[in-house]
Ligand binder design. Structure first.
Ligand code: C5P
Length: 239
């Protein structure tokens, strides 16, 4: 009899946060009495289906030991890499041995502290009958324009928004297949900004699970009060 796959979490948290700026890296800013990264980990670590977590941090990161999870038995620290995808790949490698190739790995940005329990449950439920994997995403409401150059100020064309989604995290894939996909992209020099993109490069089609819009990624200073508000709305108490 084959054992049912377990579920692991990988948290890329090795970014420099250049768009945010400031002396404290954005994942360590305080939000309703806890650090951003503590909220992000807490969403998973108490969940009965989550077996463990690997957090990818900059080797110079001196903030981590101050957090509530630094000595948690189910949370492992791993060195991150130059790009987000390198950080994820390193964390996946750290799970090898403990986790099986067919186990699910949920990759979640450390900078998304407002993941609601209902969204996590929805994603986990979708994996039960899913061969490839799935991600939380939100349909786009605004009209989307494309410009020729990355920062060109003129519209090149308008994209049909009916089929466009914002890709959020967590994104869940099988450990073995995600490692293969990331290694393939790296070898081919394909730059990717999320894990589903790597799977797509292998010709696979991850399932889109419509999630809540409050699962924002803290990118700019104005995102912090917004995250504070969302956590309050979700009923998070100050410790
Ligand atoms: O840069 P961006 O906001 O897309 O980063 C998303 C997540 O990936 C953040 O939690 C960030 O810390 C992480 N990251 C990483 N390693 C990098 C770059 C980003 O773990 N080299």
């Amino acid at each position: 009899m084959t054992e049912s796959p377990r579920h692991w979490v990988v948290l890329p948290a090795a970014g420099a946060g250049r768009r945010f700026g400031g002396p404290v890296p954005k994942q360590y800013l305080m939000l309703r009495g806890r650090r951003v990264i503590e909220h992000s980990i807490a969403a998973f670590i108490e969940h009965p289906l989550i077996a463990g977590c690997a957090v990818a941090l900059s080797p110079e990161d001196a903030w981590w030991p101050e957090t509530a999870y630094a000595n948690h038995p189910a949370v492992k620290r791993v060195d991150g890499g130059a790009e987000r995808s390198d950080s994820v790949a390193n964390a996946l490698t750290a799970l090898v041995g403990q986790a099986a190739d067919a186990d699910w790995v949920l990759v979640h940005d450390a900078a998304r502290p407002c993941l609601a329990a209902a969204d996590l449950d929805q994603l986990l439920a979708a994996l039960a009958d899913e061969p490839v994997g799935a991600l939380l995403a939100v349909p786009i409401q605004d009209t989307v324009k494309a410009s020729e150059e990355a920062f060109d100020a003129r519209v090149e064309r308008t994209l049909p928004r009916q089929q466009l989604w914002r890709a959020y995290t967590p994104q869940a894939f099988r450990l073995g297949q995600l490692r293969e996909a990331l290694a393939y992209c790296r070898a081919q020099g394909i730059a990717i900004t999320d894990d589903a993109s790597a799977m797509e490069q292998l010709g696979l089609r991850p399932r889109l699970i419509e999630g809540r819009t409050d699962n924002i990624k803290i990118t700019r200073p104005e995102d912090l009060p917004l995250a504070e508000f969302f956590l309050e709305q979700q009923g998070h108490q100050e410790p």
